[in-house]
Design a protein around this ligand. Structure first.
Ligand SMILES: Cc1cc2nc3c(=O)[nH]c(=O)nc-3n(C[C@H](O)[C@H](O)[C@H](O)COP(=O)(O)O)c2cc1C
Length: 386
């Protein structure tokens, strides 16, 4: 068995294999009336696309998205939206070797056992980072939907590569800074702090020279989220966001707000004090509405009890180093049933992290839009849009 769909009301189904004919996404449950064309999706896909710079894999994919169902007269209709893109640069010869050799750190062994060697191993099949293009197709729609209907904005950027990180001050402390896309995508590392970006780039070039790979961390910040998204207990916002993050290949850690560092603090240090927004010192006008409540810090990462509290949702997502590297690695050959070294040939990312911000934005947007539909913050028709 496998599960290739996520979401309750806004359901993404991902299909295709890395070196098959095509890959695609079907997004079901998107409200009707959203103005939508390929131009809303392509820029985000382009930011994920390989082959753009020396620090990315040299696999060249056009990644030109085509919407084949679900829109009429330039707007969503409420029907499933299907999107596809062809696979272009797919020489599978290198991958023949990988039918026998299990790449350390990759999914070859577990997939072989689970699917009885029937799984498509070309280019990593369903386990390739390429499949994240299908997340971005749907995620770009969810991101637009959130922006136009609820004013919610997501931003994700590379905060760390190996041990080189934006400083706490540059990254913000319990409240990491929000950057616009222009700042994040001003360089090929996708770190909005120019000095740190330059240092990260050197780490990546050095790693590439050593025929090795390196991991890193993506910081995600989502603003404008209303209070009340999340379905405790098992549908908490943290549960669903983490589940979506762990569906991104290579993700091995997720933390919200102060995260692991918070576990080293006293409660008096980690608690976020409540206050009335704009210094409002109480309601008192008898209209029955609460004045807006905020917290002075954001160690909770915008989520309390699994429910959004109206503060920015802040999350750090840790990526392990890419498993395929151009150095000989000891492993096993399951054809000859012998332990023998593997030298992988092919084109790989020295680091997947610079390609990850649009993927993280996509998954965050899909989860938050799904919860907004579940909780009734978003309806089945966008009446006011455009
Ligand atoms: C954008 C992106 C690109 C990736 N590129 C590669 C790659 O070139 N080579 C590779 O071995 N793994 C790559 N990966 C990671 C593997 O797909 C992943 O490590 C593998 O499926 C095993 O899954 P796991 O690391 O989550 O356990 C990439 C991941 C992402 C998100």
């Amino acid at each position: 068995m496998s599960r290739n769909s996520m979401g309750q009301r806004l359901v993404l189904s991902s299909f295709g294999e890395a070196n098959g004919h095509l890959i695609g996404a079907m997004l079901d449950g998107c409200p009707a009336g959203l103005e939508l064309s390929e131009a809303d999706i392509q820029p985000m896909l382009d930011r994920r696309r390989p082959g753009q710079s020396i620090v990315h894999t040299q696999r060249k994919e056009g990644d030109v998205v085509k919407i084949v169902t679900g829109t009429y007269r330039g707007r969503t209709t409420g029907a499933p939206i299907t999107m596809i893109t062809d696979n272009q640069d797919t020489p599978s010869t290198h991958y023949e070797l990988l039918r026998a050799y299990l790449r350390p750190g990759h999914a070859d062994y577990t997939a072989m056992v689970k699917y009885g060697r029937f799984n498509d191993t070309r280019g990593g099949g369903r386990f390739s980072g390429r499949l994240t293009a299908t997340y971005v197709m749907a995620g770009a729609i969810a991101r637009k939907l959130l922006r136009v209907s609820l004013g919610i904005e997501t931003c994700s950027y590379v905060q760390q590569v190996g041990t080189t990180a934006m400083t706490a001050a540059a990254a913000g402390d319990s409240a990491p800074a929000v950057y616009d896309d222009d700042a994040i995508y001003s360089n090929d590392v996708r770190c909005p702090d120019p000095a740190t970006a330059a240092a990260m780039r050197n780490v990546l070039l050095d790693t590439k020279r050593k025929a090795d790979t390196v991991g890193g961390v993506v910081q995600s910040v989502t603003t404008g989220v209303p209070v009340g998204l999340g379905e405790p207990i098992f549908g908490s916002l943290e549960s669903d966001l983490s589940s979506a993050m762990f569906s991104i290949p290579s993700v091995k850690g997720v933390e919200f707000g102060s995260g692991f560092a918070g576990s080293e603090l006293y409660g008096s240090e980690n608690n976020d004090e409540f206050a009335f927004a704009d210094g409002h010192d109480g309601d008192g006008d008898g209209d029955g509405y609460l004045p807006r409540i905020v917290t002075r810090t954001n160690n909770s990462g915008g989520i309390l009890g699994g429910i959004s509290n109206g503060m920015p949702i802040t999350m750090r997502v840790a990526f392990k180093p890419v498993p395929s590297l151009l150095k000989e690695q000891p492993t096993v050959n399951v054809d000859t049933m012998s332990e023998s070294p593997l030298l992988i040939k092919g084109r790989f990312d020295p680091c997947a992290v610079p390609r990850a911000p649009p993927i993280v934005d996509s998954m965050v947007s899909l989860v938050i839009a799904d919860h907004a539909l579940v909780s009734g913050h978003m309806g089945p028709v966008l009446r006011d849009e455009g």
